[in-house]
Design a protein around this ligand. Structure first.
Ligand SMILES: *[C@@H]1O[C@H](CO)[C@@H](O)[C@H](O)[C@H]1NC(C)=O
Ligand SMILES: *[C@@H]1O[C@H](CO)[C@@H](O)[C@H](O)[C@H]1NC(C)=O
Ligand SMILES: *[C@@H]1O[C@H](CO)[C@@H](O)[C@H](O)[C@H]1NC(C)=O
Length: 400
């Protein structure tokens, strides 16, 4: 995610609440509306992420379709080398996969100046860079048999991202490169990796992992609207109203475009502050966001807030299976970076995550704390290249 999990999550939830409270008919109309079925395929070649955000800067960029075991067709970008073609022979480069969070897509890594963006920094430093886009986002809104306008397309939570999207993407990159993969996840992109690894997925293909603004336990989140959603069962109410299989941000987008609603103010109001965002970047970000996710995914996140456990989606049976982080291979090199001003990834939840990793080989676990950073600063902060990305580079270089 970009604007940070907290920001988008809370922003979207806030809008969702308002929609439910004030204009339920709008929610219904939109959720079933034809806007959902607009195909991105025909425009992807000129407006896709490579075309808009990479090749114009002088970098090579390729796009691939990755098909998950449950039929979703995901768009993946590859930046195989640096701007000068530099960084060593292409056959020898180590692959890095960047996984965004919820309500954003792969473009969220590419919104600052080129010398400030993580994918381009990695490419210029000799890495073979891959960018994931999870199901439901603009360029990954396709399926071998389901129609995105049909609610069956939206029947999933981050359980499926961990079970299907990430493994499919890892398999594809491994087939293409023959190499183990270095991983960078932000926000929900940390949760899905931790969950997948704890179930023995990805472990044979992952070289090392960077987790920015990690979320695994979120019961101390201070984001007001997330708390309201969790405590008042808003998602469950939406499910009861038959909205649960609709893509949430379509509702959100509609609200943002209503007269008198300023989504930037909403963003600030619902996310708490980020210290270090450039206003041009925020504008670009808001144009590209929020990206769609399922209401069921939001319900799953609110279950985590309520229950304080890291478990699969609770369908209402006594208790769903737990993801046990002790199962993550203890020698996997990991770098965690978290902020002191992060409304979603709270410090005490992070401490609990670290407790759950206490069996991890201490020499393989690096933890960075940045007091002033909020959730989105880790991706889009104007000084992230100095505060965070430099450390990410050294970490990767020392674990190949
Ligand atoms: C969603 O998928 C699950 C299986 O993962 C299935 O049991 C359930 O009936 C589906 N729900 C809807 C509304 O189709
Ligand atoms: C903010 O973004 C604008 C537009 O990309 C750029 O001209 C400016 O230098 C940026 N400021 C900083 C501090 O990066
Ligand atoms: C997780 O696994 C560890 C090691 O196998 C075990 O000791 C621990 O009890 C498990 N935790 C949970 C919550 O199941």
């Amino acid at each position: 995610m970009i604007m940070s999990a907290s920001s988008f999550l809370s922003l979207a939830l806030g809008c969702f609440l308002l929609v439910l409270a004030v204009v339920p008919h709008v929610a219904h109309g939109l959720s079933r509306g034809s806007t959902l079925s607009v195909s991105t395929d025909t425009v992807a070649s000129t407006t896709g992420i490579c075309a808009t955000s990479v090749t114009t800067l002088g970098y090579q960029c390729q796009e691939f379709d990755v098909v998950t075991q449950d039929g979703y067709i995901l768009k993946v970008q590859r930046i195989p080398e640096g701007r000068a073609g530099g960084g060593g022979g292409s056959g020898n480069k180590q692959p890095v996969l960047l996984q965004h969070g919820v309500l954003v897509d792969g473009r969220s890594w590419l919104l600052n100046l080129p010398e400030e963006d993580l994918p381009l920094i990695l490419a210029d430093n000799g890495f073979d860079v891959w960018i994931a886009n999870t199901r439901g986002t603009q360029f990954s809104r396709r399926h071998t048999s389901l129609d995105p306008a049909n609610k069956d397309f939206w029947n999933w939570t981050w359980d499926e991202l961990a079970t299907f999207d990430l493994p499919a993407t890892f398999d594809f990159i491994h087939e293409q490169t023959g190499k183990k993969i270095n991983y960078v996840g932000h926000s929900l992109g940390t949760l899905t990796a931790l969950a997948a690894l704890s179930e023995g997925r990805l472990v044979d293909k992952m070289q090392s992992a960077v987790l920015l603004s990690p979320i695994a336990y979120i019961s101390h989140t201070t984001t007001a609207l997330v708390l309201v959603m969790a405590k008042d069962y808003v998602g469950e109410i939406a499910m009861a109203l038959g909205l649960a299989d609709d893509p949430l941000p379509d509702i959100f987008q509609a609200l943002c475009h209503r007269p008198g609603v300023d989504c930037y103010d909403l963003l600030v109001a619902f996310t708490g502050e980020n210290c270090c965002l450039n206003s041009s970047t925020i504008d670009l970000f808001l144009k590209n966001s929020p990206q769609s996710t399922s209401v069921k995914n939001m319900v799953h996140l609110s279950q985590m807030v309520r229950d304080g456990v890291l478990a699969k989606f609770n369908h209402g049976y006594p208790s769903p299976p737990v993801y046990n982080l002790s199962n993550i291979p203890h020698d996997l090199p990991m770098f965690l970076s978290y902020g002191g001003n992060d409304a979603l990834s709270d410090k005490s939840d992070l401490q609990f995550l670290l407790d759950n990793l206490k069996l991890h080989d201490a020499s393989k676990l690096t933890v960075q704390f940045i007091e002033e950073y909020g959730h989105a600063d880790f991706i889009m902060g104007v000084n992230a290249k100095d505060k965070v990305f430099g450390q990410v580079l050294s970490f990767f270089k020392s674990h190949q």
